[in-house]
Design a protein around this ligand. Sequence first.
Ligand SMILES: [Zn+2]
Length: 185
Amino acid sequence: MMVLTHILVGLSLAVPVTVVAPSLAGPAALGGIIGGFVPDLDLLGGQHRKTLHFPVLGLIPAGAGVVVALLVPGPLTAAVAVGGVAFVVHSASDALGGGRELRPWERTNTDAVYDHYRGRWLAARYLVPYDGHPRDLLVAVLAAIPVLAVYDGPVRWVTVSALLLGTVYALVRKRIPKYVRPIVE
Ligand SMILES: [Zn+2]
């Protein structure tokens, strides 16, 4: 899925925190954005969907972060908790998309995301056939709806911008391999 979708899904994870504790809305949103975004930094170095993607082992720090935030609620613990959950949700949900290849619609590589616990690649499920597929955009829109319902200000702008960029990306996605290695997966 697009990194923009992951950011919006991360933001949607901040929504329950914001509803329960409005004073933590900002830190929760920041955590959601960072946690949704960080795994795909492994596009810049290391092995994409392996170096910074932890679909199974990521559950441990994410769970610990949630427990700490429940025990000691505050801006930092809320940000870390939402960020940790967004991080593992990003990693795990990449298995629902396409494989690691320049043209995922060709389905020549079914490796989706690396499971460090079992030491093997998880197979692509193609529920979202490839990043930038209309279904990817649909996930982004569905994630954005609750965010737009509870947030205004900068978070709303980030959300609207991500939706607009995601729409443009979806429109040009299949032409990208001709020009450049896709940086948003
Ligand atoms: Zn990813």
